[in-house]
Design a protein around this ligand. Sequence first.
Ligand code: KPL
Length: 311
Amino acid sequence: MTHAVDIAILGAGAVGQLICRQLTVAGMDVGFIGRNALESGQQVLSFTPLASADDHQQIQAIPYSVPILTADALDNIRLVIVCVKAYQVLDALSPLLKQLPSQCHILLLHNGMGPHLALAPLINAQANGRGLSLGTTSQGVLRQAPWQIKQTGQGLTQLGHFAGAELTKHYRNALLAAIPSSEWVDAIVPCLWQKLAVNAAINPLTALYQCPNGKLAEPDFSEVIKSILDELVMVAAHDGVSLDKSFLHDRVYQVIRLTAGNFSSMHQDIAHKRRTEIDQINGYICERAQAHGLSAPVNAELWARVKHLAV
Ligand code: KPL
């Protein structure tokens, strides 16, 4: 028996495809929202799972297929998981809000922060059952070709409510059952700030110094990393989020160690001449600082230097 697709993913990047695979394996009816009618139909994807320590043979890629939905066929959708880059969220999602049923819930899952502040008033204005949840994931995944991904690491996924109606228990339980190491948290915004701290320290420095994440463990970087985090903790406090400096510091160094051989997403964006997420990472810290009449000079300098690199 075929079921109607009720979960749609917007954004078929590495994370979007990973979440799609995890929901599909868990038996959920999931599809991607296509950019235009030409893209509708079934799409074959390829997923290569993470190799475990005792996998001596080469891990095989698993092909599977999911529907691509057009924007005019979203009547049955009850949950949209937004996995586009932070700077694409508003442009990609706003036109769809009219087409999605009023009770459809939105979950944002991207690096960086910012779009939730612009979206919340739109969601609240539609006081008809729509709600907004936010999430962050540290699962490692690499896109090898447009519809081909490889999982490169496990990691925590945290999800939580932000505005409007809450996500129903059915979908909340389905997400937690499908995504390994995932949890529903009461306060998601502090979790996003914690992930922002990791990205604010690692991403611009690896992009500017053209190095893998592990290089940042060298003592030469310790002062700048401390300043980035000190400023972030101060700004977050003015935003009503209290963060523990030494916890954040340990977390950043833990990620540096665990991903020592990896190149950060910002390093890769610069290397491939793609737009970076600097505006939604160090730029967000500076904008929130400004909103409170504060300054964050170290983050501001990194923001400007990465912007300069990217042109
Ligand atoms: O999220 C990342 C990124 O590259 O964007 C980190 C955690 C820094 C891993 O590379």
